[in-house]
Design a protein around this ligand. Structure first.
Ligand SMILES: [Fe+2]
Ligand SMILES: [Fe+2]
Length: 154
C-alpha cells in the first residue's frame, strides 16, 4: 500500500502524461476531445481527494497550515484556468495558449507540492498517519472519479 506521498505522486504523473498528449493536439481533433475531459476529471478528483486527506491533516497543525492554505488557493486558481480552457472552442487558435496557461499552473503546483509541501507534511505527520492517509486518499479519489463534472467541461 502506498503512503500518501507516493499515492499523490502517482496521480501527478497521470495528469502530466495526459497534458503531454494534449500539448501535441490540433484543433477539434478526436485526441483533444477525448483527452481534455479526461484531464479535467483527473485534476478535479485529485485535488478534491488531496484536500480531504493531506491538506485536511496539514490544516490541523500550526506548523503546516500555511502550506496547506497556499496549496488549496492554487487548486482554486487551477479550477479557474480550467474553466477558461473549457470556455474556448477547441477548434480556435486560442485553445492551445489557454491550455498552456493551465499546464504551467499545474506544473508549478505539482513541483511545489513534491519539492516543498510534502516535506513540510513529513515533519508533522507520523509514518502511520502517512500510510493511513494514503489508503484514505485512494478511497476518496475513487468516489471523486465518479462525480459529475459538467460544470467544468466544454
Ligand atoms: Fe494539489
Ligand atoms: Fe497534488
Amino acid at each position: 500500500m502506498a503512503d500518501i506521498f507516493e499515492a499523490l505522486k502517482n496521480d501527478h504523473k497521470v495528469a502530466k502524461d495526459i497534458m503531454r498528449v494534449l500539448e501535441n493536439t490540433e484543433g477539434a481533433s478526436k485526441e483533444r476531445q477525448e483527452n481534455y475531459p479526461k484531464l479535467v476529471r483527473e485534476l478535479l478528483a485529485h485535488a478534491k481527494a488531496e484536500e480531504r486527506t493531506l491538506y485536511h491533516a496539514m490544516l490541523g497543525s500550526a506548523d503546516s497550515q500555511d502550506e496547506a492554505t497556499h496549496s488549496i488557493k492554487e487548486h482554486k486558481e487551477m479550477e479557474d484556468a480550467m474553466k477558461e480552457v473549457s470556455d474556448t472552442e477547441m477548434s480556435s487558435s486560442q485553445w492551445l495558449p489557454k491550455f498552456r496557461e493551465l499546464k504551467e499552473l499545474v506544473e508549478h503546483h505539482v513541483k511545489e507540492e513534491e519539492q516543498e509541501i510534502f516535506e513540510a507534511a513529513r515533519e508533522v505527520l507520523s509514518t502511520s498517519k502517512q500510510n493511513e492517509l494514503g489508503a484514505m486518499y485512494e478511497k476518496e479519489k475513487a468516489v471523486e472519479d465518479k462525480k459529475d463534472r459538467s460544470d467544468f467541461l466544454p
